[in-house]
Design a binder for this molecule. Structure first.
Ligand SMILES: [Zn+2]
Ligand SMILES: [Zn+2]
Length: 408
């Protein structure tokens, strides 16, 4: 068996807000530079995208989809929005299974022919049933975000999936949560957690900005399924992704002016921002505290470590004090790191710090700090991303009657 770096969730050019560069050859090319071995096709119920998948992908001897010219493998995936605006991430064994799922969903959707991520007028339980019928797997996407996720709508997964709950074997953490947060919720202890990018662009600071490391025989659907179910030694060995403090809904904050609030203050203010009148949106951290069964983190034995990483271009921009990740100086150094280490993920996660120092001491220092979980962040909230900081800034909260500094 071997470890594969995998990102199961992104969006094709047929999803709203996606880059035109989200086509298979470009995704495959960037995945090699990033260090991803396996990538989800995404959007597999869209008819144009299905045509594109059939044109470019062929199943190799291992049951993984291969593309000509690149070593990147693909697994058929899609994301669906249900009638309660809850998102579900679906993994499928074949392109034919995706076509069959599409046939079952079509009568319940007005936009499945044009959207990459269609709206389906069915509840989670029925979607899980249809997915099981075609041999696929289904679990909640970015489970804790406040607009389109299972825990904004329900207090338990059983309320969403009903009699199909036994079919749900994984949960996607999303950019605003990590294993420490999710392992305070008792009903999640048996599930495998996924960390995926949900990206809309193939740039290496988007593609694989969150990824999983999976120990299995080959990067095909059947092996992935067994790794999710932890069969025969196959398993997820690492979750890597942004620090949840970088997520745009980490703290409770105003969705218009992004002022941050303590949960008790937000309740007293009836979720209206006194600064601008905007709606205050409950943050993932506060939502998890509401749902928590344990006051402390309880990792089950099978839970792999979580590394709070940063895209390499962001590390470089942070050290150089440059805002634009596409700037020439950032890109030039990015290429030097990838050349020295073989891929971005190898630079971020695996390469010895001494090797990184040979390319740039400042960037090596940032990577070394996040590997040891010693990097500081100003947290996001209300729709505004958080960010890492090298200057020790603190999160500023709105306080009733005064501005006060948060205690973390
Ligand atoms: Zn989604
Ligand atoms: Zn406001």
């Amino acid at each position: 068996m071997k470890e594969y770096n995998a990102d199961f969730h992104m969006h094709s050019k047929y999803s709203g807000g996606s880059s035109d560069a989200m086509v298979l050859p470009e995704i495959a090319r960037q995945a090699v530079l990033k260090g991803l071995d396996l990538v989800g096709t995404s959007d597999a119920t869209n008819p144009n995208w299905l045509e594109h998948l059939e044109e470019h992908l062929t199943m190799d001897g291992d049951g993984a989809y291969a593309i000509k010219g690149y070593k990147t493998k693909f697994i058929v995936t899609t994301e669906i929005e249900d009638s309660y605006r809850v998102h579900h991430l679906i993994l499928l064994p074949t392109i034919d299974a995706a076509k069959e799922l599409r046939r079952k969903l079509s009568p319940h959707s007005v936009d499945i022919d044009r959207e990459g991520r269609p709206h389906i007028q069915l509840a989670g339980e029925k979607l899980a049933e249809f997915t099981a019928d075609v041999g696929g797997m289904l679990g909640p996407s970015h489970a804790f975000t406040p607009w389109t996720a299972v825990y904004k709508e329900y207090r338990t997964l059983a309320e969403c999936y009903g009699g199909m709950l036994h079919h749900v074997k994984y949960l996607e953490l999303g950019l605003s949560a990590d294993t420490d947060m999710a392992d305070r919720i008792g009903e999640l202890q048996e599930l495998t957690f996924m960390s995926n990018s949900d990206c809309h662009s193939p740039s290496p600071h988007r593609l694989g900005r969150e990824f999983n490391r999976v120990l299995m025989k080959n990067p095909g659907f059947d092996e992935v399924r067994q790794a999710i179910e932890r069969h025969g030694g196959r398993r997820f060995t690492l979750n890597a992704g942004l620090n949840p403090r970088e997520g745009k809904y980490h703290l409770t904050a105003c969705s218009r002016c992004f002022t941050k609030f303590m949960m008790t203050d937000a309740v007293n203010l009836r979720w209206r921002c006194p600064e601008c009148g905007g709606i205050i949106k409950k943050g993932v951290a506060d939502r998890i505290s509401e749902l928590a069964s344990f006051s402390e983190v309880r990792h089950p034995k099978h839970r792999p470590p979580y590394i709070h990483s940063l895209p390499l271009a962001e590390c470089i921009a942070l050290v150089l004090g440059i805002k634009t990740l596409t700037s020439g100086r950032v890109q030039e150094m990015w290429h030097r790191f990838v050349e020295a280490c073989g891929s971005e993920i190898s630079a971020l996660i695996d390469a010895p710090v001494e090797d990184l120092k040979a390319v740039d001491i400042g960037v090596a220092g940032v990577i070394d700090r996040f590997r040891r979980d010693r990097l500081d962040y100003v947290a996001g909230g209300g729709g505004q991303y958080g960010r890492p900081t090298l200057t020790g800034e603190k999160d500023e909260f709105y306080g009733i009657g005064q501005k006060k500094l948060g205690d973390f």
